[in-house]
Design a binder for this molecule. Structure first.
Ligand SMILES: Nc1ncnc2c1ncn2[C@@H]1O[C@H](COP(=O)(O)OP(=O)(O)OP(=O)(O)O)[C@@H](O)[C@H]1O
Ligand SMILES: [Mg+2]
Length: 429
């Protein structure tokens, strides 16, 4: 049944095979005293790909299942084929289960990516039972499944890609990888609204969830860890798509600021924290007179409701009249910033555009703004300042609450502010 007769929703019914007790495919769990559980010492497998290691929290954990999601054509197969090649070159046998493409197509991509594949095996089998039979023969040290939506279990009647099949197959791969203590990478499609196709449960089952973010038409590709059982979440890997595959970006701050037009109003440089790494990005705003009865507010890369809130704060506390103005806010370069520290540069960019006065291109700004117009301290202030110094900035405007700093800093002028009026004066608006 495609539609649930009870709630009238489409595609919500999950088929489950009836499994007699005791015949479960996994060995039954034992109960142990905590003290008797052996310590698991695992060594992360370094991939020599600094960006990929970074998103995983320092390398691949054996026995972990990593789900990689992303829009069509963004580079999922490319990234995992490159990782498979790195592992294979070091003597790990990698089984690449290709349900979407023929082995020839994969080889074509591999030739372009300079893949030698001395220990790489491609299987175009989509039935999970037979994939495991193949795996018994090959005894891989790592598994790549491209994609989880194409594999199916013979035990279920439903079509590949249905919720029941995806969940069942993901669980089977999870057990496989835990039992053999090998890493498994599953590629997952995402739907139009940007969530992984299949049940949300898929994200709960796996250990690590990585998403390709940003615009698929842009050359820089961002891979973010939205969940990680073995490391910090929110880490970001930054790559550039080239004809030879995804190349690591060494200095993301200079990449994101490379096309910045200096001395133009509506632009403020912000030092964002992406996981543990500081990245400088340009916050842009355009305030223009509206031609509609209700003014438009559009935000890319920042939360639109946060923009509305900050605009309301500006109207109430600073006396701006933005009712008749369209406001567009954008984070240049396709990065999305969700942290509160983006408030202050956002306010700066909006006011700069509204007054048509540029902010000094040598200034960086960060800080959270409260509803009363007060400026609140943010995390990692010192790391952000160090990045700004490294990139040659001369002034930093930041919350007074973040002072004193753990160490004195040289080479940059620090201006601390505690409310919006002070901030606007500090940046000359
Ligand atoms: N010759 C080339 N030079 C540069 N980039 C290329 C070249 N060929 C392909 N690409 C890039 O590789 C991307 C396709 O990558 P890939 O097949 O890994 O994506 P995918 O996420 O696996 O897609 P799908 O969802 O269809 O499986 C293209 O969108 C393009 O950007
Ligand atoms: Mg693909």
């Amino acid at each position: 049944m495609g539609r649930c007769p009870a709630c009238d929703e489409w595609d919500t019914l999950i088929e489950e095979a009836v499994v007699p007790v005791g015949s479960s495919p996994t060995p039954s769990g034992q109960t142990l005293a905590y003290a008797d559980v052996d310590n698991l010492t695992f060594e992360r497998i370094q991939t020599w790909n600094p960006e990929f290691d970074r998103v995983l929290g320092g390398g691949i954990v054996p026995g972990s299942v990593v789900l990689l999601g992303g829009e069509p054509g963004i580079g999922k197969s490319t990234l995992l084929l490159q990782i498979a090649e790195i592992l294979s070159a070091r003597g790990t046998r990698v089984l690449y289960v290709a349900g979407e493409e023929s082995s020839k197509q994969i080889k074509m991509r591999g030739d372009r990516l300079l893949v030698e594949g001395s220990n790489l095996f491609i299987s175009t089998e989509t039935c999970i039972e037979r994939v495991f039979e193949e795996a018994d023969k090959i005894e891989p040290g790592a598994l790549v499944v491209d994609s989880i939506q194409t594999v199916l279990s013979e035990g279920l009647q439903s079509a590949p890609g249905s919720i029941g099949q995806i969940r069942e197959c993901a669980l089977r791969f999870l057990n496989f990888s835990k039992q053999r203590h090998i890493p498994a990478f599953l590629i997952g499609h995402i739907t139009k609204d940007g969530t992984l196709a299949g049940p949300k449960a898929l994200e709960h089952i796996v250990d690590v969830v990585l998403y390709f973010e940003g615009d698929r038409y842009q050359n820089q590709k961002l891979v973010r860890a939205v969940k990680n059982r073995f490391g910090p979440a929110n880490e970001l890997g930054i790559f550039e798509m080239t004809s030879q595959g995804l190349k690591c970006v060494d200095n993301p701050s200079s990449l994101f600021l490379s096309e910045r037009a200096e001395n133009v109003s509506g632009s403020v440089v912000f030092c964002a924290m992406q996981g543990s790494r500081p990245v400088l990005v340009e916050m842009q705003a355009l305030v223009s007179q509206t031609n509609y009865s209700t003014a438009r507010r559009t935000a890319t890369g920042v939360d639109p409701s946060r923009v509305s809130l900050l605009l309301a704060m500006l109207e109430k506390r600073v006396g701006f009249n933005l009712l008749g103005s369209d406001v567009y806010v954008n984070v240049a370069g396709g990065l999305s910033v969700a942290e509160p520290a983006a408030d202050l540069p956002l306010v700066g960019a909006v006011v700069s555009s509204y007054r048509d006065l540029p902010v000094s291109p040598k200034t960086i700004v960060f800080g959270e703004v409260g509803l009363a117009g007060e400026i609140r301290a943010v995390s990692s202030a010192f790391t952000r300042i160090k990045e700004a110094i490294g990139m040659g900035f001369e002034h930093v405007v930041m919350p007074a609450g973040n002072l004193p700093l753990p160490e004195p800093v040289k080479g940059i002028e620090i201006v601390s502010v505690s409310n919006v009026e002070e901030f606007l004066e500090a940046v000359g608006l």
